[in-house]
Design a protein. Structure first.
Length: 355
């Protein structure tokens, strides 16, 4: 793939930025430490939230955490939680970028949606278009290819994505734009397409340990991202490559800031609970509160394979030292939350959409 010299340099620097971010998080926490798993999870959740936000599916950190415990009444929160599952599926299957992998991502995304579960993991069998009218494609900004061409077009896109002779960021950007042009599903194309971006970054070992919040960068310049997709459909690939280059820079900066803030919160919480007995299990729970800042005793017991009574005792100790606070008033189905983490995640989301 030949790129103009200026773009080629930018693409190389963007790839370096994502590699550096992955290395930074791994070095800061160590992939074998108790804190690494939660930090990796929160980055995946942040990427899923930003990707959903591009589709106008907005949700706060608290509601998303509740949705992952099946405690949220927010439809958006449940949809974003499904996107977290789709992203996780993308990473689990990243070693093979195939049509089956893509369908598995889409299935994870839509299987929990009562309106669309029958379409989960299936290519569309009907025409689709972007904007226009619900009754037809008049005034649509894009009419996707006929549905009978979708399987072959997707296979062609994945064949391109599996090449090893192309600049990675440009390759992923172009494959993503082609995927969005094909629009292979009735719904969930954007979120699935951005999950595919994460699978490709992991497949090509740009990210080895974490989820780089590239969608946060795309959301930061959402109009440019949409304009770049339109330009691609008109035959100009340069804008979508430039959009991914810019998104990588935002990802590196904002992701770094989020990780450092959460790292500081973990340290502060550990200091807060320091007076407790060194043998107290509560010390081990601190990093988990980054991964799941809203908890129940059942969730804690399941996560650490401890007895329900031990989970309740641990949470009571965390509450005693001001690490968590209870947000329910009844004695049944009690819920606690870690406010510092929730506020940090909401600040991150606000900083991304602030143009």
């Amino acid at each position: 793939m030949a790129l103009p010299q200026g773009i080629a340099t930018d693409v190389s620097e963007a790839e370096g930025a994502l590699r550096a971010f992955d290395a930074e998080v791994s070095a800061a926490f160590g992939s074998d430490t108790i804190a690494f798993g939660p930090m990796s999870s929160v980055l995946l959740r942040s990427e899923s939230t930003s990707s959903s936000n591009i589709e106008n599916l907005t949700v706060g950190a608290r509601q998303l955490a509740l949705a992952e415990l099946n405690l949220s009444q927010s439809p958006n929160a449940r949809l974003v939680a499904s996107n977290v599952l789709a992203m996780n599926t993308a990473l689990e299957l990243a070693d093979r970028l195939t049509s089956d992998t893509l369908l598995d991502m889409h299935r994870a995304l839509l299987i929990g949606d009562p309106r669309l579960s029958h379409e989960a993991g299936r290519y569309r069998t009907q025409p689709v278009w972007i904007r226009g009218s619900a009754f037809g494609p008049v005034n649509a900004v894009h009419v996707a290819p006929p549905h009978d061409l979708v399987p072959d077009l997707v296979d062609d896109t994945l064949q391109f994505l599996n090449r090893v002779d192309a600049p990675v960021i440009a390759q992923i950007a172009i494959a993503h734009a082609q995927f969005e042009t094909i629009h292979p599903f009735v719904d969930g194309n954007g979120r699935t397409g951005r999950a595919l971006v994460q699978a490709a970054l992991r497949n090509k070992q740009v990210t080895r340990s974490i989820t780089a919040p590239v969608s946060a960068g795309l959301l930061h310049s959402q109009e440019s991202y949409f304009a770049a997709l339109t330009a691609f459909r008109a035959g100009d690939a340069a804008p979508i490559v430039a959009a991914f280059v810019a998104a990588s820079a935002v990802c590196r900066k904002q992701g770094h800031d989020l990780v450092q803030e959460l790292r500081a919160i973990i340290a502060a919480l550990r200091e807060r609970i320091a007076p407790a007995s060194k043998r107290a299990f509560a010390h081990q729970v601190i990093p988990f509160l980054v991964e799941q800042p809203v908890i129940t005793s059942a969730a804690l017991a399941a996560r650490f394979d401890i007895a329900p009574t031990s989970a309740i005792h641990t949470i009571d100790l965390l509450a005693q030292y001001g690490v968590v606070s209870e947000v329910t008033k009844n004695r049944r189905n009690r819920v606690w939350q870690q406010n510092d983490v929730l506020e940090a995640l909401d600040r991150f989301a606000a900083s991304i959409v602030r143009r």
